[in-house]
Design a protein. Structure first.
Length: 62
């Protein structure tokens, strides 16, 4: 796996991931479980690899 996620992209993914995960604590009902989707942008930010970027041949890393 070659890194294809740049620094700005990583910061955006971390912010979006944390915002989605916060739904687990802030939203009531079954909608709160949608917040678990926040694991995906956090994982791709920390691994610096996005499988969708490789499919579409996008590379934001320098």
């Amino acid at each position: 796996m070659q890194a294809n996620v740049g620094n700005v992209d990583r910061i955006i993914r971390i912010i979006v991931g944390l915002a989605l995960l916060s739904m687990l604590f802030l939203v009531e009902g079954s909608l709160r479980w949608v917040g678990l989707v926040g694991i995906i942008p956090l994982a791709t930010a920390f691994m610096r690899f996005c499988p969708l970027y490789s499919i579409f041949r996008i590379n934001t890393a320098k």
